[in-house]
Design a protein around this ligand. Sequence first.
Ligand code: AMP
Ligand code: GLY
Length: 425
Amino acid sequence: MNILLIGSGGREHALAWKLAQSPSLEKLFAAPGNPGIAQHADLVTLDVADHDAVVQFCQNKRIDLVVVGPEAPLVDGLGNSLRAADILVFGPDKAAAQLEGSKGFTKDLCARAHIPTAGYVRTTNAADALAALNDFSIPVVIKADGLAAGKGVIIAETREQAETAIRDMFDGSFGEAGAEVVIEEFLTGEEASFFAITDGENVVPFGSAQDHKRVGEGDVGPNTGGMGAYSPAPVLTPALQKQVMEQIIQPTVDTLAAEGTPYSGVLFAGLMLTDTGPQLIEYNARFGDPECQVLVMRLESDLAKLMMATAKGDLAQTSAPDFAPETALTVVMAANGYPGTPEKGGQIRNLARAEREGAKIFHAGTAEVDGELVANGGRVLNVTALGSNATEAQAKAYAAVDQVDFESGFCRRDIGWREVAREQG
Ligand code: AMP
Ligand code: GLY
């Protein structure tokens, strides 16, 4: 089959690398892709906001399946436009992608389906939001409703911070995303991510992971898209995963199907493991980045076949995904300045030598200029390794990191610390 992959980050490089191993793949195209993805795909220039152009490309190149990496095109309805032209898509339609596109939508769905999640109020103006604050204890969580590139969540430690966050959001500091604001009860516990693949009706688990969102070692400093991750997350025990499937994932899929907006693609659940059980913090309508990198490192099944079955609604007839029991761990190498303004153009060398340490390096934000590889984004490389446990995977990943020559970059040296500490008792 011919596949078009949409996106240009480390997540998409990992998907391209795995799709390229599929016996059923004939040709892979990627729009826009990156130099790492170019090892597996023909890169094409397409404006993904121009749905007609994407449809036309798919018809010209006889594309059998479109795999959408990032959330923005899904929330924008690219899935609808492709399906309307009889093109199969891995990723939900616009209505179901509201699970990521609107936090209020997800909270209301949780309320209808009795899914465990933090208590909340949706508000559409500052006066209502400020009044609603009285019903919450401090700390309290203030969220811009829409897509805000991971920046729309404020954990307010004081009432003043909460009021400032509310005013900022309604004053437009998060653009359209802040036109609505969700106020949420603050949950405590350990966070973990759970993934499931669904064709709208059938659901199969697709592994667990934990990431490190803060830029600094020891999980301090500003939030980022994720500085590293590992899979599996043993805190999500088989019993807890069963509970998450039964109490969170399945009711979500069933409710969306019953309401006529079935969800097709991957569901990425951000969970808080509280004393009273797992609660849903948020949904994403796509794979995590860099969680995807560690999931596909462990995936033993044919990814193209699985994605095709999902898109066709054939998951019930397909064997469930198989994962290696090993731990995969990825270290993000970022450009100096990230998550502020990252320095662009810094030279990157010695990736082949680094991979000889037993790691796989996914390109996240790189470009090729005059035949040289340079940094071209905040998160630049994802150095990913498999080991018998987190300790071994971490050692292998950092052995490779140490071989990479990227002077204008940095990484955290403690990715996986929680799990490594548990392993070392
Ligand atoms: P989100 O963008 O919804 O994933 O939120 C970003 C981060 O904010 C999460 O990963 C959590 O660390 C934190 N967070 C979000 N909602 C809550 C909540 N209700 N209680 C505690 N922490 C939260
Ligand atoms: N790493 C978190 C995310 O992809 O949303």
